[in-house]
Design a protein around this ligand. Structure first.
Ligand SMILES: [Zn+2]
Length: 449
């Protein structure tokens, strides 16, 4: 599943390419699966919001500088700035997505309405008791993980799938077991198997590093001979490897996944254990939320037809979409099909809301500290170990902002930029591009503060 650039609010979720995220005022990561971090590297230099656990995993796995990680406590509401002065803010509440360790959904609330972005999630009835969702809050737009949104796809609960795997292993008492699992997720399944069969679970050193970060007391080891259940990457399970393993000793391979896969060896077993919501769970979730509109996150799967009946019928739709200021500025220079498609999507889905703030109201953000001390603060940060929770790097940004403001005010660029209208000559376009770049850099700095 790839990420999404939202228009209201103007944020990017699980999307990291510089071109693809143009116009984003803030960045959010739902969880650390590889298909959600494509383009996110150790060179990332913008504030990034995620759960505290995902923040720790992000530093461990991708070496993203702690300076840019903004951990948001799960279940609590946080204010995030959406403009360079911090005058326009939104409220963000991360909600446990029950998908993998650290995974969250994001509830965005502000003058744009209420938007819930599920990311990858497995619905559980406990979600209905989330304080932030319990008061029957009207969700204007629901970005939904529609991975399994197909009535023909019937999936058991994870508990039922775990029982299927236990029965399968019990039916092969003298067999070694290879189980194909991605680096993050399904840890509770492995722990249950360890307890049930009283064996250590053998994993790779890389996986053990992650597992130790999740829980110090675990049943995992890197010693090959310590256990007979071995965790491997799903891609390692195929006909050739199964032939090889069975030459050494009798082996079965288990792939716990909701994806439709082809069985290529008699000893390969595909168990429908999914960390994504089943179709019936999606229906239950949407029926309870009664959103005004739904945007499927997996673009290739259409699912609105199945869920339309659960939408709130009393929501109205704007006849003409309101495009944020930044997009109006950028539009003349980026006439791409992709943006046109998003604008059409917005037109279809943005419901009518009364203007004004929504959700929790916070005081405005503090002014920048004395920039004369900025270089020292940066040095302190660089030398501080494990500063994920407390690290704030805005002094550097404020220094940069001050320099840019001086540059802009010297030639009146800022005022011209905000009123620029479709320049026709090439030099004028180049000038506008340079100034847009300057404006966007300033926005990142303000977001960092
Ligand atoms: Zn995932």
């Amino acid at each position: 599943m790839s990420g999404t650039l939202l228009y209201a609010p103007p944020v990017a979720v699980d999307l990291w390419g510089r071109r693809r995220t143009r116009g984003a005022r803030a960045f959010f990561l739902t969880h650390l699966h590889a298909d959600h971090t494509a383009g996110l590297t150790r060179n990332w230099r913008r504030p990034l919001h995620c759960s505290p656990l995902t923040g720790r995993l992000l530093r461990l796995r991708l070496q993203v500088d702690a300076c840019w990680i903004r951990p948001l406590e799960v279940g609590q509401s946080h204010a995030v700035a959406l403009d360079e002065r911090g005058r326009r803010t939104m409220t963000v509440t991360p909600i446990d997505a029950h998908h993998c360790p650290g995974s969250v959904m994001f509830l965005f609330e502000g003058d744009f309405g209420v938007v819930l972005y599920t990311g990858d999630f497995r619905y559980t009835p406990a979600m209905l008791k989330e304080p932030v969702l319990m008061n029957q809050k009207q969700i204007d737009v629901l970005y939904l993980d529609n991975t399994n949104c197909d009535p023909a796809l019937v999936l058991p609960s994870r508990e039922q799938a775990t029982e299927q795997i236990k029965e399968l292993i019990k039916a092969h008492p003298k067999y070694q077991v290879k189980i194909g699992i991605y680096t993050l997720g399904k840890e509770s399944l492995l722990t249950e198997l360890s307890l049930k069969f009283n064996t250590w679970i053998v994993v790779s050193p890389e996986r053990l590093t992650v597992l130790e970060l999740l829980d110090k007391h675990h049943p995992f080891t890197t010693w090959e001979d310590s256990g007979w259940i071995h965790v491997v990457e799903p891609s390692e399970i195929h006909w050739k490897t199964l032939c090889y393993w069975n030459q050494q000793r009798p082996t079965i391979a288990i792939l716990p996944t909701g994806r439709p896969l082809k069985k290529t060896h008699p000893n390969m077993h595909i168990i429908p254990y999914s960390d994504h919501s089943s179709f019936s769970e999606l229906c239950e979730f949407v029926q309870w939320l009664k959103p005004c509109s739904i945007i499927p996150i997996v673009k290739s799967h259409a699912c609105q037809a199945y869920l339309e009946k659960y939408l709130n019928p009393n929501c109205e739709v704007f006849p003409v979409p309101s495009i944020p200021e930044l997009w109006q500025d950028v539009t003349p220079l980026t006439n791409s099909r992709r943006e046109e498609r998003f604008r059409q999507l917005l037109k279809m889905t943005v419901p009518t809301r009364q203007p004004g703030p929504r959700g929790v109201i916070f005081k405005s953000l503090k002014e920048c500290p004395d920039t004369s001390k900025s270089s020292g603060a940066v040095q302190n940060h660089k030398s501080a170990a494990g500063c994920l929770g407390d690290c704030i790097c805005y002094p550097w940004c404020c220094t940069e902002r001050k320099e840019m403001e001086e540059t802009c005010s010297s030639d009146g660029a800022q005022g011209q930029l905000l009123s620029a209208q479709s320049p026709t000559s090439a030099p004028a376009k180049e000038q506008l591009v340079r100034r847009l770049g300057s404006l966007i850099l300033k926005q990142f700095c303000f977001a960092a503060g």
